[in-house]
Design a protein around this ligand. Structure first.
Ligand SMILES: Nc1nc2c(ncn2[C@@H]2O[C@H](COP(=O)(O)OP(=O)(O)O)[C@@H](O)[C@H]2O)c(=O)[nH]1
Ligand SMILES: [Mg+2]
Length: 437
């Protein structure tokens, strides 16, 4: 058995504020707090007011509130102390340094939440939801992350996991007690159930896929021939003059990015240089960057010009990236409509609401208001993996092969919720947190 460290960090954001919070977690947290406050008795979950001392000199660093949350009923599941002083970076660092002097260690980013996960206070999807909640860029994204924090993903996966476990019990029993050289009796039934479960997971994936945009945002690239109005549309959607607009082709040379929200989805809008044949070396670099931006996008808006339908961008983007054709300059042509695509005017704002609607629908996120929780790409990958293994189970397969596919399917779901040891995975997930959370 190893004795756990006691960790310490400033839990409030860097900079000056009304108050600042220093958080301690671990077996020595209470002892350190006693030294920092000069108090022997700290009542659990009670706000004590008092001085926060430098134990080296005995002088007050600050004064404020002291809270004690005894294990296991704390955020991390360990003894937790919160010191709420004035929001001065100098004073807060003074308290952290004093705690370190008394044996605490500075926490890594996300280490408080990691500890909560390790102590079973949260499953892995809930721990990720903490980060998603803190980083939520829209109210909708925060609402979904909040539901994830309540364990919505685990609740959704539970019946699937249980069904797989049931099937495993049956097939493993047959392997243990049956005549292995005979044909499996259970296999046809298991294969049918696996097939049903496979369908269920694919439906779940289809339903969850759009939810990841709320947590992780959406990259939307505007591409098109020069002068079709890409930068004008960028400014219209961003509701500010982010990009320079002129009637000269080749005005936009670099890739411009602007954060906006569409129907509650955080969107990174990317304006690019016009794509056409050019010998200008600067323009060519700009076009190269435009193509790269399109390749990294979740959705490409291919902008066309109703007054010059012949101006078509020279773009080969990966076919798996969805595209939407948008016809601009509707104000110049009246009511004539092309056969396909959304018709807008970046100048007058006509068709912009329809465009936003079309964007979320194209991504399957139109039902955003009905999404119940946020998901990450990692969760979708885990579900896909589980579906893959279930899809491989055939009625004619040997029982031990069936058992192995079931085991792998269950393992994929367990990894989603962190029910297996995955140290590399944990490091990756918690590294995305802030210090003090
Ligand atoms: N009439 C009209 N002109 C537009 C519209 N959108 C852009 N323009 C004009 O088209 C020209 C090129 O616009 P810009 O946004 O710089 O195009 P980009 O090269 O694709 O970024 C500018 O003179 C704009 O004022 C529109 O909806 N209607
Ligand atoms: Mg431009």
């Amino acid at each position: 058995m190893t004795v756990a460290d006691t960790i310490v960090a400033v839990a409030t954001p860097p900079g000056v504020g009304g108050i600042g919070v220093v958080r301690l977690s671990g077996p020595e947290a209470l002892a350190i707090a006693r030294r920092l406050t000069g108090r022997d008795r700290l009542r659990p979950r009670h706000a004590h007011y008092g001085r926060l001392l430098d134990p080296a000199s005995g002088e007050a660093i600050d004064d404020g509130l002291i809270l004690y949350f005894p294990a296991p009923h704390s955020y991390t599941g360990e003894d937790v102390i919160e010191l709420q002083g004035h929001g001065s970076p100098v004073l807060l660092e003074g308290m952290v340094a004093a705690a370190v002097g008394l044996g605490a260690r500075r926490a890594r980013p996300g280490e408080f939440t990691e500890q909560a996960f390790l102590n079973g206070r949260l499953d892995l999807a809930q721990a990720e939801a903490v980060a998603d909640l803190i980083h939520a860029q829209t109210a909708q994204a925060a609402r979904l992350a909040r539901s994830s924090l309540d364990g919505a993903l685990a609740a959704e996966l539970e019946p699937v996991s249980r069904a797989i476990r049931d099937m495993r019990v049956i097939i493993e029993a047959e392997i243990d007690f049956g005549e292995t050289d005979l044909e499996s009796e259970a296999a046809p039934d298991i294969a049918r159930r696996a097939e049903n479960l496979h369908t269920t997971i694919l439906a779940l994936l289809e339903r969850l896929r759009p939810a990841r945009y709320f947590a992780q945002g959406l990259r939307l690239a505007l591409v098109g021939a020069p002068n079709v109005g890409k930068s004008s549309l960028m400014n219209r959607l961003a509701e500010s003059e982010v990009a320079i607009v002129t009637d000269r082709p080749g005005t936009t040379r670099d890739v411009l990015r602007s954060p906006i929200a569409i129907h509650g989805i955080p969107v990174e809008l990317i304006d690019t240089a016009g794509l056409h044949a050019s010998d200008d070396p600067v323009e060519r670099i700009g076009m190269q960057r435009a193509r790269e931006a399109a390749t990294g996008a979740d959705l490409i808006l291919e902008l066309r010009d109703l007054t010059r339908p012949e101006a078509v961008p020279d773009l080969e983007a990966p076919p798996e990236i969805p595209r939407l054709t948008v016809w601009n300059k509707q104000d110049c042509v009246g009511d004539s409509r092309p056969a396909e695509g959304i018709v807008i005017s970046a100048r007058t704002g006509a068709g912009i609401d329809e465009l936003k609607q079309a964007i979320v629908e194209r991504l399957g996120a139109g039902e955003g208001g009905q999404q119940r929780f946020s998901v990450r790409a990692r969760h979708l990958d885990g579900l896909r993996l589980a579906a893959l293994h279930l899809g491989r189970i055939e009625a004619s397969a040997a029982p031990d092969l069936i058992a192995e596919e079931l085991r792998l399917a269950e393992a994929a779901l367990d990894a989603l919720l962190g029910r297996q040891d995955h140290e590399a995975l944990l490091g990756e997930i918690f590294a995305g947190f802030c210090i003090g959370k």
